[in-house]
Design a protein around this ligand. Structure first.
Ligand code: HEC
Length: 202
């Protein structure tokens, strides 16, 4: 008999508790455990003592973009419009842009492609034949237009991974501008040197 009561006790207990949480009652149910139903949080338009203007609803930080709501300048973001690479750099090329491009190229591209872009960076030297970064100053790469270079930097190609998440769109356009400077530096002739300095060349 005693064991039967012991057996029924938890059953009776759980029936009681189910009653407490019944959704059909008008009065708020008695809560033994709140199951995180009551959380300290702000509701819309509530005041907060935390901020000087007392608004709990804060403005999002400048430049915030909600998922799926990024305005569509495909040329700038992807370097591609209507399945074609855009021809020209989407940033005006200025000394500042080139300086930024140099900084980012030396950080994100040079470990593999080397600071002069010839593909002889430290990674390729260590990795051996299985992973050889391309020579970025060879004619094949020089002939790519700016959108294609931007797209490779962003999405990667074949064995190269993309750098879209590590760098901003602006930085990658800067890298493309700097890559053009490397191309130019590599195809310079004697005539590019100011006349008064040419005598110093040998
Ligand atoms: C971890 C090493 C690594 C880094 C860092 C790297 N690349 Fe590469 N890159 C490669 C390899 C490897 C290839 C050759 C891919 C292949 O042909 O399989 C390549 C190829 C390329 C090509 C030629 C693509 C083609 O069609 O042949 C370009 C352009 C290029 N990289 C640009 C960049 C730029 C710009 C950066 C910096 C944002 C960068 N890479 C960073 C490894 C790297």
């Amino acid at each position: 008999m005693r064991s039967r009561i012991l057996f029924l006790l938890p059953l009776a207990g759980s029936l009681l508790l189910t009653g407490c949480l019944s959704p059909s009652r008008d009065t708020p149910p008695l809560q033994i455990w709140d199951d995180m139903k009551a959380q300290p949080k702000y509701k819309a338009q509530q005041q907060s003592p935390l901020f000087a203007d007392k608004r709990s609803s804060r403005r999002p930080p400048e430049g915030t973009v909600a998922i799926g709501q990024l305005g569509g300048d495909d040329a700038y973001r992807w370097g591609v419009v209507a399945s074609q690479y855009v021809g020209k750099n989407q940033e005006p090329v200025t000394p500042e842009l080139l300086a930024q491009g140099q900084l980012k190229f030396n950080t994100y591209c040079a470990p593999c492609h080397s600071r002069v872009g010839d593909g002889k960076g430290i990674v390729g030297i260590r990795a051996g034949a299985a992973f050889q970064p391309a020579n970025l100053i060879e004619p094949r790469v020089q002939q790519m237009n700016d959108g294609e270079l931007y797209s490779v930097a962003s999405e990667g190609r074949r064995t190269m991974m993309g750098y879209r998440t590590q760098t901003s769109d602006h930085d990658r356009w800067a890298i493309v501008a700097y890559l053009r400077a490397l191309h130019r530096a590599n195809s310079g002739t004697k005539e590019d040197v100011p006349e008064n300095l040419r005598a110093q060349l040998n």
